[in-house]
Design a protein around this ligand. Structure first.
Ligand code: URA
Length: 265
């Protein structure tokens, strides 16, 4: 029996209110719009809305999923707050340990907690989305953004944004193994796209992929006989990791456009 698809809560709220979709205008719901604009993170915004602290165009709004226009006048605790949302992208150097998920059943912690611990005060109000995933034990470049369209761009198979990984492996990969990695091989979820592969040391492989399937680097190296011992992501697009472990920095608009080939226009 096929499982019935659940209608998202924001869509139900929009239908209930018969909100017209304005062509060219970005559809959004109140709690998410507050998070994207940096007024307060989404969970906090939901609480504030339920507590009756948020007004939209002069009326208290108690529905976190209420559709909202970017031009609405929004007040939080009586203060006018803009819903204008600049595109913000952060480079974060993920240490081994935290999980790329909203919560961690193993109690080591999440990358979102690690990020918030090092964010300057002016960036604390945003809701952050990780652009793709890294395994718990993988270190290196993880991007965060307040804009889901960048998440889509960074993770979509169509964008083909290259991701550069450095893996230390068990054994010394042969030229034949490198050739298989480059040509593409068949994993249980299908063939891999051609990749760049080169040895940086007898037991260290640099692999550049233009796709990002689950555990892909580990599975590719295991498939050619060299299981991964450590894995580090060095670059995404033309953006190379340049902050110390655990630290983050905000990218300039030019970096986002040039290295990640993304524009919010
Ligand atoms: N490939 C993997 O196997 N793990 C990662 O964390 C990223 C890519």
């Amino acid at each position: 029996m096929s499982r019935k698809q659940k209608t998202p809560r924001w869509l139900k709220a929009a239908r209930r209110r018969k909100t017209p979709v304005v062509p060219g205008e970005r559809a959004d719901w109140l709690a998410r719009a507050l998070g994207r604009a940096g007024v307060m993170p989404r969970a906090e915004a939901e609480r504030a809305i339920l507590e009756g602290r948020v007004e939209v165009d002069g009326r208290v709004e108690r529905e976190p999923f209420a559709p909202v226009s970017p031009r609405a006048e929004v007040r939080v605790d009586g203060q006018v707050r803009s819903l204008d949302a600049p595109l913000i992208v952060l480079m974060f150097h993920k240490p081994a340990g935290p999980v790329v998920a909203g919560w961690d059943r193993e109690g080591v912690g999440t990358v979102f907690e690690r990020l918030r611990a090092v964010l300057p005060a002016e960036l604390q109000g945003f809701e952050w989305y990780a652009v793709g995933r890294l395994d718990r034990d993988t270190t290196g470049l993880l991007l965060f953004t307040n804009d889901e369209r960048l998440v889509q761009h960074g993770t979509s198979p169509e964008a083909h944004l290259p991701k550069c990984y450095v893996a230390t492996v068990a054994g010394h990969p042969t030229l034949a193994a490198l050739r298989m990695l480059r040509d593409g091989l068949v994993l249980e979820d299908g063939p891999t796209r051609p990749a760049e592969a080169q040895l940086l040391a007898p037991d260290c492989v640099e692999l550049v992929l233009t796709e990002g399937r689950r555990h892909q680097v580990k599975r590719m190296l295991a498939a050619v006989g060299y299981p991964v011992r450590t894995l580090h992501r060095e670059a995404v697009g033309r953006l190379v990791l340049d902050v110390p472990e655990g630290a983050c920095r905000r990218l300039t608009d030019a970096e986002v456009a040039e290295t990640l080939e993304f524009s919010s226009e």
